[in-house]
Structure formats: structure tokens, C-alpha cells
Design a protein around this ligand. Structure first.
Ligand code: ADP
Ligand code: MG
Length: 698
């Protein structure tokens, strides 16, 4: 049933066809959409700032007496300027004595508004221009009515601020009461939660009586928390429904003896107790008819791959196949390289399936998968596409590398066979247990909580970019110890802002010699990358400059120094991953965090955390606190979760509440078919559609 929320934006006062079109371009089509365009902060227009107290960069409301108002020609147009002085004359304070207002393009009527000697009130951003406080294109406020608190909406090209405020305000007045609530009224009353409409109204039209002067709209108000709760309830509902749709089905059962013990003995090392624990949990699950749904997590370098390989051996011994999924082709290639020696040792026939295959190779791979001539296939998600047939797929391993959602999206068992494969998801980034249980709802959790013995943490140091000599000296020392150096840059090509692989490579060549330095990044072909890595492994190359392709799947035992350029641009989890690339043979190693000054407080906290700790779990907690889960998982903006308001690190309590509410809603109505759950049902459907888009984009 259409409601006022569905009316088009053009039905709001002040929105004509042009502004309407510009709003639509940004996805704001209806009155309801506009209600979710939330302010980034507020302009507090209640209290004028005295002219002497104005500060460069501040938003201010200023009242003053007009002096010297005049038009001036400017490039064929007319500009306008006026100066304001304090009403009570020059003060004895330090600071500005007057405020200059300037319009580079005059708007009609300015001359009438700015009459010398009259008092006016204006607002805008203050800039110090050559010692004079200046506001360009100020907003004109009525001088005789009390000031209000004006929401500051995100810039939308082609949409004027004032018009937008007016339109949103009208949307609130008209339609906010119709905003649907996921949580049905009875339950809401029971837990004492207000409506989403009330929360939105409070955010768009803050109450001057309670406004606390926090003009940055840090989402900490009760209203923001109410939206966060709504969002988390939606998320929890969506996860529960997905889980239900994926439940069921029967998997093949695989015997532990003799494959598992013999596979465990096939590595050049003894499995650690932590690995053995993981192996026994995984292998036990594989003996059951209920398809395994398990998350395997552990710090970088703890040896997850070995555990996964044992599972592959168990499945292969039962005559079935395993698929190992990597998030990108690049990573699939790299994984195949690291897996190959172990696969050979275990007698597993390994194949790689990526888009880089020639037509013939591809056909041959498809054939070998379909006839069971391969035990283990490494590839991207293409492996799960409809056209691909496995003779008997028994196990899917997903290496998520910072991403989540993929496992949630796998529609396993929907092709041909009624049997479902077992699923093992490996995360590169360890996350706190409580969070893992929520993010990977529905998966059982296995944690490897110790690293192989003899690992010495890499000595980690922050070095300002200006101190290049120190960096060179350290690399030199590392190479003298028969080592190898990785240099990671945030971009391939250098720019004003970014230190690129190209220039850094030149720099290193000039210092260490052309023939000792190589560069690696995503623009090289798989063949070129393989050759480079081989040369690096063999020692022909000793310094490898690259992008974050070096982050994963790279296992060069000799590597003993990692230099990260512009380390401030990387997330904590990613830095920790990169650091995990050195010292893998137990030798002394170093990680240098080269940074550009000045550092933001957050970046500094991140880099310091990395210097202080080698514990991935602790770092993950810290990263969550500092940047929220979107960053932890390498997603932009609101992250794969699609969460805008909730911060999973800080809102654990809220998350638990949401989880309870979702349980109660689903408990009462497992498919959300009851009329009071109609809003929840349609929100979940919408969430699913957006999730598909988000995950494809991610
Ligand atoms: P991650 O958990 O980060 O994926 P890997 O599986 O890549 O870690 O293992 C890291 C390194 O440790 C590899 O070089 C691997 O061969 C080695 N390794 C794994 N298990 C052990 C062990 N029990 N003893 C010694 N080295 C091990
Ligand atoms: Mg790994």
C-alpha cells in the first residue's frame, strides 16, 4: 500500500524538476528516502559569536552593524562586500575588530539588506583571509527571531543547502509518522523502545531545549542509538533467515582413519597442539552427515593451511573433491603456489581454475573436475558458478582474507546433486569470539590460538619518511644476513599523495643495484608474477617492491625485513598481515612502518598498537575500537555489513539486545509472514538485494 513515504521528492515544497533530478541521481527518489538523508552535524544558530572571538575554520553566527557595503565588478559580473562591526563598538579584546562578508557573485537585493548602520545577522564558515575574518557567501538570518539549530546535510551537487533543509523538514512534518518499524508495537512497548520515526524526527529537528551543543553529530544520541538498534535487528533477522534457508541437506561422511593421521605426518614439521586440536574438530565434523559449517580462525602464521590440507586429504581419501576459494584471481594463483608442495606431499592432484586460463586449459580443467581427475581445485568464486560440475564435491574451503559475507552468500548444494559439501571458512584476520559468533552467525568456530614454536616477533618500528637513511641501513643489514626485503607501497603509480611502486623501485635500484630489485603488482600477468617470486625465492632478486598483493599467500622463508611505505594509509589488520610475511623461518626480522608527517591521532594509535603487540587478536580488538568493523574487513564506508549507525566494537550491548529481539521475532513467526512483521519482511528482502550488490562491489 503506497503511503506518503512513497511520494516523489518533487511533491515537497521547493523541489522543482532540476533539484529533483539531482536528488534522484544520488538515490533520493521519494519522501521516505529523504528522511534517511541524515545530517552530518548541526549549525547551532542560537548563539551569535562576538566578532573578536571568531576563529579561522569555524562555523559561526554573527550579529553586527553594517559598515562600508559596496558592489564591485568581478570578471564581467558584480560582486558584493560588506563589513560588520560589533554593535557595541570596538571592544578592548584581542582578536578581530571586524568581519568581512563577500559575494563573488552578488545575489539580488543585497544592497537593500546591507544598509550602513543597520544590524544584521549572518552565518557561515569563517576564514582568515590575510588577517581579516571573512565569510564568503554567508547565509542571511533574520535578526529579530530566535536562532535555531540547523541540520548540516551532506553536499549534493546541484542542490542548494537551504532548499534541502526546507525539503527535509517538510518530509519530516508530513511523513515521519509513517516510517515503518521492524519491531512490532507490542514487543517495542515491552522493551521500552520508541519508534524509528521519532528517532528520525529527533535527528532532523533537534530539540533546542535538550541539544547539548555537540555540533558534530557523533552518533551517540538516544535517537542514533535507536537507529543503530533497528539496523542491528534487521541484520540479525536477515542472517537468521539466510541460515534457515541454507540449513538441511545431507553431506557425505568421511572416515578419519587412516587418512587424517597419515596426512598429519606428511608435513616437514610436527603440527602444533593448537593445530592438532583444530584438525580433530574439523575431521570429526567431516564424519557426520550434517554438512559442516565451520569457521577456522587464527593469527597470521599460525598454520591454518596445514589444517585445511588435512581436511582435503580426508575428503580425497573418501574419493571426493575439495574446492579452495580465494577472493581474487591473484590470490588464487598465489594460494595454488603455496599449496602445491604440500599437495604433492599428500598425493593430492591439484588444479587451478581462474580466468587466466586459455580456452583449451579451461576445457581441460572443467573436464578433470567433472571426471574426478582432480582432488583439489584452487580458484575464485567462478568455481561455484552454474556451469561447473564436480564429479563429487565434498568440501569447500573459503579463504576470506578480511572479507566476510562470502560464506553467507554461498548457495551450496543448489546444483544437481542433493548432497551438500562441507564448508570450512578461514579468516586471515582473527576476530574476538563474540564478534565472530555474530558476523559468522550459523558457523561453528574453531580457533588456533598458538603459533608454531620458535617464532620471534618481528621488531617493529615507526620511521618518519624523511629518515630514508635509516630505512636503507636496515635493509642493507637484513640483506647481509642472507635475507630478502619486501617494500610495500599503497599504489602502483606515484602521485602527489601516494608513494608508488614505480618510484620506490627506482629508488631501491639506485641504492641496491638494478639486478637485485624487482617489482610486483596486480598489473603483471600470472606468469610474470610467478617468475618474479621464483627469482626472489632463489635469491637472484633480493628486494621486492610491491603493492598489497604481497599481503597474502606469500611464503618466502628467507624474507626478514618488511618496509611499509605510508603505513598510515593501511588498516591495522592489514599491517599485521603484511608483517606476518617476514621471519617465517624463525629468524630475526624487522618491520619498518614508514610514515608521512603529520600523523592523525588515529593513524598514530594504529601504528603504535602494531609496535606494541604481535598478537593478532589484540590488534583486531584495537582496530575495531579505532575504526569499526568496516575497516577491519577491508571494506569501504559502511562495510559489507551495510551498517551505518552501529559500531560493532562499541555497541556489543546493543548487538545482544538486537539478537534477542530477532530471536523473539523469528521465534514467533519463522518466515515473517504475520502482518505485524510485514515491515521486517520487506526490509530483509531489500537488505538481501543490497547485500548482493555490496558483496559484488566489494
Ligand atoms: P596462516 O595461518 O597465516 O595461513 P600458514 O598456514 O601460511 O599460516 O603457515 C605459516 C607458515 O608456518 C608456513 O610457512 C607453514 O609451512 C609453517 N607452519 C605451519 N605449521 C607449522 C608447524 N606446526 N611447525 C612449523 N611451521 C609450521
Ligand atoms: Mg594463510
Amino acid at each position: 500500500m503506497p503511503t506518503l513515504l512513497d511520494h516523489s521528492v518533487e511533491t515537497l515544497p521547493g523541489i522543482g524538476p532540476t533539484m529533483g533530478a539531482n536528488l534522484r541521481k544520488r538515490g533520493y527518489e521519494s519522501v521516505g528516502d529523504l528522511l534517511w538523508l541524515l545530517p552530518r552535524g548541526y549549525d547551532d544558530q542560537r548563539q551569535p559569536t562576538p566578532i573578536h572571538a571568531l576563529q579561522d575554520g569555524d562555523y559561526a553566527v554573527v550579529e553586527g552593524v553594517v559598515r562600508r557595503a559596496r558592489s564591485f565588478p568581478r570578471g564581467g559580473r558584480m560582486g558584493f562586500e560588506a563589513r560588520l562591526e560589533p554593535q557595541d563598538g570596538p571592544s578592548g579584546h584581542d582578536g578581530y575588530r571586524e568581519l568581512k562578508l563577500v559575494w563573488f557573485q552578488a545575489i539580488p537585493g543585497l544592497g537593500r539588506r546591507f544598509v550602513e548602520g543597520e544590524t544584521v545577522r549572518v552565518a557561515g564558515g569563517v576564514h582568515d583571509y590575510r588577517g581579516t575574518a571573512t565569510i564568503a557567501h554567508p547565509e542571511l538570518l533574520a535578526a529579530d527571531v530566535p536562532g535555531t539549530i540547523e541540520p548540516r546535510y551532506p553536499e549534493i551537487p546541484g542542490v542548494r543547502r537551504k532548499a534541502l533543509r526546507r525539503a527535509v523538514r517538510a518530509a519530516v512534518d508530513r511523513a515521519v509518522a509513517e516510517v515503518p518499524d521492524l519491531i512490532p508495537p507490542a514487543l517495542r512497548a515491552e522493551v521500552g523502545a520508541g519508534t524509528v520515526g521519532e528517532a528520525l524526527a529527533a535527528i532532523h529537528v533537534p530539540d533546542p531545549a535538550t541539544f547539548d551543543g555537540d555540533t558534530d553529530a557523533e552518533p551517540t544520541t538516544a535517537a542514533h542509538r535507536r537507529l543503530a538498534l533497528e539496523e542491528l535487528v534487521l541484520w540479525e533477522l536477515a542472517l537468521r533467515l539466510r541460515r534457515a534457508s541454507e540449513r538441511g541437506g545431507v553431506a557425505r561422511r568421511f572416515a578419519i582413519e587412516p587418512a587424517v593421521p597419515s596426512a598429519c605426518g606428511a608435513f616437514p614439521f610436527d603440527l602444533t597442539a593448537a593445530q592438532q586440536g583444530a584438525v580433530s574438530e574439523v575431521s570429526e565434523s567431516l564424519t557426520r552427515e550434517t554438512p559442516m559449517r565451520r569457521l577456522l580462525q587464527g593469527d597470521v602464521g599460525c598454520g591454518k593451511t596445514a589444517v585445511a590440507m588435512v581436511a582435503c586429504a580426508q575428503v580425497a581419501a573418501g574419493g571426493a573433491q575439495a574446492a579452495f576459494l580465494a577472493p581474487t584471481e591473484l590470490l588464487a594463483d598465489q594460494h595454488a603456489e603455496t599449496l602445491r608442495p604440500t599437495a604433492e606431499e599428500l598425493g593430492l592432484r591439484l588444479g587451478v581454475f581462474t580466468g587466466a586460463l586459455s580456452k583449451d586449459q579451461r576445457r581441460s580443467m572443467l573436464d578433470r573436475m567433472a571426471t574426478g581427475a582432480l582432488d583439489l581445485v584452487v580458484g575464485t568464486h567462478a568455481l561455484l558458478s552454474g556451469e561447473i560440475r564436480f564429479a563429487d564435491l565434498g568440501l569447500v574451503i573459503v579463504d576470506e582474507q578480511h572479507r566476510f559475507g562470502v560464506a553467507q552468500r554461498l548457495r551450496l548444494g543448489t546444483r544437481g546433486s542433493t548432497r551438500r559439501p562441507h564448508l570450512l571458512v578461514m579468516t586471515a584476520t582473527p576476530i574476538p569470539r563474540s564478534l565472530a559468533l555474530v558476523l559468522y552467525a550459523g558457523l561453528e568456530l574453531t580457533t588456533i590460538d598458538a603459533k608454531p614454536p620458535g617464532r620471534v616477533p618481528a621488531t617493529t618500528k615507526m620511521i618518519p619518511r624523511a629518515q630514508r637513511a635509516t630505512v636503507f641501513r636496515q635493509i642493507e643489514r637484513a640483506l647481509e644476513a642472507e635475507g630478502r626485503a619486501f617494500i610495500v607501497c599503497p599504489a602502483i603509480s606515484s602521485s602527489d599523495e601516494l608513494v608508488g611502486v614505480d618510484r620506490t623501485c627506482e629508488e631501491m635500484k639506485a641504492r641496491f643495484g638494478d639486478d637485485r630489485v624487482g617489482q610486483i603488482h596486480g598489473r603483471l600477468s600470472g606468469e610474470e608474477r610467478r617468475a618474479l617470486m621464483q627469482a626472489f625465492r632463489d635469491g637472484q632478486l633480493q628486494v621486492l617492491v610491491g603493492t598489497t598483493v604481497l599481503e597474502v599467500g606469500v611464503d618466502i622463508p628467507q624474507a626478514n625485513i618488511m618496509v611499509i611505505e605510508q603505513a598510515e594509509r593501511f588498516g591495522l589488520a592489514q599491517l599485521h598481515q603484511l608483517r606476518g610475511r617476514v621471519g617465517r623461518a624463525g629468524q630475526r626480522s624487522a618491520c619498518l612502518l614508514s610514515f608521512e608527517q603529520p600523523l592523525s591521532t588515529d593513524a598514530e594509535a594504529r601504528l603504535e598498537a602494531l609496535c606494541d603487540s604481535d598478537d593478532g587478536f589484540r590488534l583486531a580488538e584495537r582496530d575495531l575500537e579505532l575504526r569499526g568493523p568496516g575497516h577491519l574487513f577491508g571494506y569501504r564506508q559502511s562495510g559489507a555489513s551495510g551498517l551505518q549507525f552501529a559500531n560493532l566494537a562499541k555497541d556489543r550491548g546493543l548487538l545482544e539486545r538486537a539478537s534477542d529481539l530477532a530471536d523473539r521475532i523469528i521465534g514467533a513467526d519463522s518466515d515473517l509472514s504475520a502482518p505485524e512483521h510485514a515491515p521486517a519482511r520487506s526490509a530483509v528482502d531489500r537488505w538481501e538485494r543490497n547485500a548482493a550488490v555490496r558483496e559484488d562491489a566489494g
